[in-house]
Design a binder for this molecule. Structure first.
Ligand code: PLP
Length: 393
C-alpha cells in the first residue's frame, strides 16, 4: 500500500522536534549539530530570536493579502535587495523552482519585446540544478530527473561543465540567455572559477545574450559575500534567489536589471502567495542581519576556521576523503567511499550533513555557527570517518 506521504524521498529515520541555533533535537532527546541547515535554508540557524520575534509580531497583525494591493513588507524587502545588489527590481516567489520559472519567462519575454522572438534558447551546464518543475528539470537536463516526464519545456541547450569549446559551438542566433550556478550545489559544490564567470559575462556582452545566475543555494551570504558573483566583480542581468533568504520561511525572489525586466509589464506574471507580509517581514529580518559588513566578515572568519579543521580531517582519513572544495560556508568533502555512508555515520555521531552528486558530502552550516560548534562538529565527523573506515574493513 502506498504510504500516506507520497514516497518520493528516501528519508532517514530521524524525527526532529526542536531546533536551537546550530542544534537539532531528536524526539528521543539526542542532540545533533546541523551542518545541513535544511539544505542552506536556515541561514541563521534554528529559532533565531530576531526571526522568531519578527514572525510572531507579523503573525498577530496580518499573514496574507493578495498582490492586488500594496504590501509594505514586500516593498521594504525589495528596496533592501535593490540597495545592496546589481538589481533594479525584484519579484517575490515561494521557492527556487518558481524563481527559475520566472527567470526563464523574463529572458524570453525580453527578446520577444525586442523584436527577436527567435532568441528562446537558454544554455545550461552539466551537473546543474534549477528545481523540479518541467522548466527546472529541462534546464538541468539530468537523465535521473527527466526520465519519464517528457515532453519537457523545450529550448535548453546543455553543455558540459567547463567545456569551453562546446559552449562556443552552442551559440547561435537563437540563444537568448546563459543560465549557471556560480557554485553548483546539488552537483557537488563545484565553484565556477572567477575567470570563467568573467569570461561568461564578456561572452554575453559580446554576443548580446542575457546572463542568468542561479544563486538559490550559494546566495544570501553563504559564500562570504551577500551574493557569490560579487567575488568576481561581474554582475548578472537576472538572478534567482531562494533558500537562505527566508531563513526557513518559504521565500524566493528574482532580481533583475531594469533592462532585463523590461518585458515584464502588468499582467505578464503573478503569484498568489509570492511576497506576502509574513514571508517578507521575515525576509527583511534576515537581510538586516546577513547584509552587514560585520556579519559577512564573521562568515569569512568562521569559514576559514572550519576549512582549517577540515583540512586536518581530510588528512587524517585518506581512505575516506579525497579532498575539500567550495567557497565560504558552502563546502564539499569529496569522498573515496559512498557519500551516503559518511552521512549515515554522521547521524550515529550526532552531526548532520547532506549528500550531493560527484561523490561529495556537503557542509552548509548556519552562517552564525560558533567556533566551538565548528570544533565539536569536526570532532563528530572524525568519529564518523573512523566508523566508515572500520565498516569498510
Ligand atoms: C534548491 C535549488 C533550487 C530549487 O529550489 P526549491 O526551493 O527547492 O524549488 C534551484 N536552484 C538551485 C541552485 C538550488 O540549490
Amino acid at each position: 500500500m502506498i504510504p500516506s506521504v507520497l514516497p518520493t524521498y528516501s528519508r532517514a529515520p530521524l524525527h526532529f522536534v526542536k531546533g536551537e541555533g546550530t542544534w537539532l533535537i531528536e524526539a528521543d532527546g539526542r542532540r545533533f549539530l546541523d551542518l545541513g541547515a535544511g539544505i542552506a535554508v536556515n541561514a541563521l540557524g534554528h529559532a533565531h530570536p530576531a526571526l522568531v520575534q519578527t514572525l510572531t509580531e507579523q503573525a498577530q497583525k496580518l499573514w496574507h493579502v493578495s498582490n492586488l494591493y500594496e504590501i509594505p513588507q514586500q516593498q521594504a524587502l525589495a528596496d533592501k535587495l535593490v540597495a545592496s545588489t546589481f538589481a533594479d527590481t525584484v519579484f517575490f516567489t515561494n521557492s527556487g523552482t518558481e524563481s527559475c520559472e520566472l527567470a526563464v519567462k523574463m529572458a524570453r519575454k525580453y527578446w520577444y519585446e525586442k523584436g527577436h522572438p527567435e532568441k528562446t534558447t537558454i544554455i545550461t551546464f552539466g551537473g546543474s540544478f534549477h528545481g523540479r518543475s518541467s522548466a527546472g528539470i529541462a534546464a538541468a537536463g539530468s537523465e535521473k530527473m527527466i526520465k519519464g516526464f517528457a515532453p519537457l519545456l523545450p529550448g535548453f541547450t546543455h553543455v558540459g561543465w567547463g567545456d569551453h569549446d562546446a559552449l562556443h559551438a552552442a551559440i547561435d542566433e537563437t540563444v537568448g540567455a546563459i543560465l549557471i550556478e556560480p557554485v553548483q550545489g546539488e552537483g557537488g559544490i563545484r565553484p565556477l572559477p572567477d575567470q570563467c564567470l568573467k569570461g561568461l559575462r564578456a561572452l554575453c556582452d559580446e554576443k548580446g545574450i542575457l546572463l542568468i545566475l542561479d544563486e538559490v543555494q550559494c546566495g544570501v551570504a553563504r559564500t562570504g559575500r551577500l551574493f557569490a558573483h560579487e567575488w568576481t566583480g561581474v554582475t548578472p542581468d537576472i538572478m534567482m534567489v531562494a533558500k537562505g533568504i527566508g531563513g526557513g520561511f518559504p521565500l524566493g525572489a528574482v532580481l533583475a536589471t531594469e533592462e532585463a525586466a523590461s518585458g515584464m509589464t502588468a499582467g505578464t506574471h503573478g503569484s498568489t502567495y509570492g511576497g506576502n507580509p509574513l514571508a517578507c517581514a521575515v525576509g527583511c529580518a534576515v537581510m538586516d542581519i546577513v547584509s552587514t559588513p560585520e556579519f559577512l566578515e564573521t562568515v569569512n572568519a568562521r569559514a576559514g576556521f572550519l576549512r582549517q579543521k577540515l583540512e586536518g580531517l581530510v588528512a587524517a582519513h585518506p581512505d575516506v576523503f579525497e579532498g575539500m572544495r567550495g567557497v565560504g560556508l558552502m563546502i564539499g568533502l569529496k569522498c573515496k567511499v559512498a557519500p551516503a555512508d559518511v552521512v549515515k555515520a554522521g547521524y550515529e555521531c550526532g552531526v548532520i550533513t547532506v549528500p550531493a552528486a560527484d561523490n561529495v558530502v556537503r557542509l552548509l552550516p548556519p552562517l552564525n555557527i560558533s567556533e566551538d560548534e565548528i570544533s565539536e562538529a569536526v570532532n563528530r565527523l572524525d568519529f564518523a570517518a573512523d566508523a566508515v573506515r572500520e565498516a569498510q574493513g
